[in-house]
Write a protein that binds this ligand. Structure first.
Ligand SMILES: CC(C)(COP(=O)(O)OP(=O)(O)OC[C@H]1O[C@@H](n2cnc3c(N)ncnc32)[C@H](O)[C@@H]1OP(=O)(O)O)[C@@H](O)C(=O)NCCC(=O)NCCS
Length: 229
């Protein structure tokens, strides 16, 4: 299998969404934030929501897919979506503002089209957003900003074969050249913390999301720029 890492194309989106849904099915945050019981979780609704996020990400993020170069029509094997660093002086551009608005509109349309949120517990979503804002305000002290790994997944069955590392290196190499830090959050303690430590990240803080005694921990990790070899 010859793994190729390349920027996402519009035609990749269905396979990218499938890859994310498969890899996140057992993710602790997903299990906490969604009612995953049959009849409650609407996979099609979740697909539409992730598709809208991917369309936004194509224009606003560093968004890569891993594919098998020997199988040009094969599925996407892994995905990573990173937010660019924002320095202390960076302001949101009009184009970014418009894209945020378009995403908001698409998600609103999904709400109407599917008559609901497809199992997403919005209270828990906002608990997470609040805790995330607190954690990031505490950790993101570097005025040069952080490359923020927003999504990273490799298809189940082919994890542990080096694809995740390649999806990281495409951005960590750039961060090292620029002397910038990287950041991620994972709700899976094992094995992810060990995996990310291998890629140079260290645990910075635990984020605790709590709803009526139901807790979801997230692990905030930072990677310092590493000397160029
Ligand atoms: C987390 C994930 C993206 C990593 O990608 P991957 O392709 O499985 O990882 P790699 O094979 O590239 O391994 C990267 C490093 O971690 C190590 N590693 C892999 N699996 C490991 C495990 N289970 N325990 C400890 N170390 C492990 C590898 O040895 C490698 O280190 P090395 O290059 O120094 O040998 C992937 O496993 C995944 O999609 N998991 C499910 C979804 C998920 O949790 N996404 C992340 C949400 S934050």
């Amino acid at each position: 299998m010859g793994i190729e890492i390349r920027p996402i194309q519009p035609e990749d989106i269905p396979s990218v969404v499938e890859c994310i849904q498969l890899a996140f099915a057992d993710d602790p945050y997903h299990q906490w934030a969604f009612d995953t019981r049959p009849g409650k979780f609407n996979k099609e609704r979740n697909f539409a929501s992730l598709k809208a996020k991917c369309e936004w990400g194509m224009r606003n993020a560093l968004f890569y897919v891993a594919t098998d170069a020997d199988q040009p029509d094969g599925p996407v094997l892994g995905v990573s979506m990173w937010m660019r660093p924002r320095t202390a002086d960076d302001k949101q551009t009009w184009a970014e503002w418009l894209d945020d608005y378009i995403l908001w509109f698409k998600q609103g349309w999904n709400l109407v089209r599917f008559q609901g949120r497809g199992g997403l517990n919005t209270n828990r979503y906002w608990i997470w957003k609040r805790e995330q804002a607190i954690a990031q305000a505490e950790i993101w002290t570097d005025p040069n900003g952080y490359y923020f790994c927003n999504i990273v997944t490799v298809r189940p069955g082919i994890q542990g074969k080096g694809i995740g590392r390649r999806l990281f290196e495409v951005v960590t190499a750039r961060a090292d050249e620029e002397g910038r830090k990287c950041y991620l959050e994972s709700s899976k303690e094992e094995p992810n913390i060990a995996i990310y430590e291998k890629m140079g990240f260290r645990l910075a803080r635990k984020m605790v999301c709590e709803d009526n005694g139901d807790i979801c921990d997230l692990f905030c990790m930072v990677r310092d720029p590493q000397p160029l070899s």
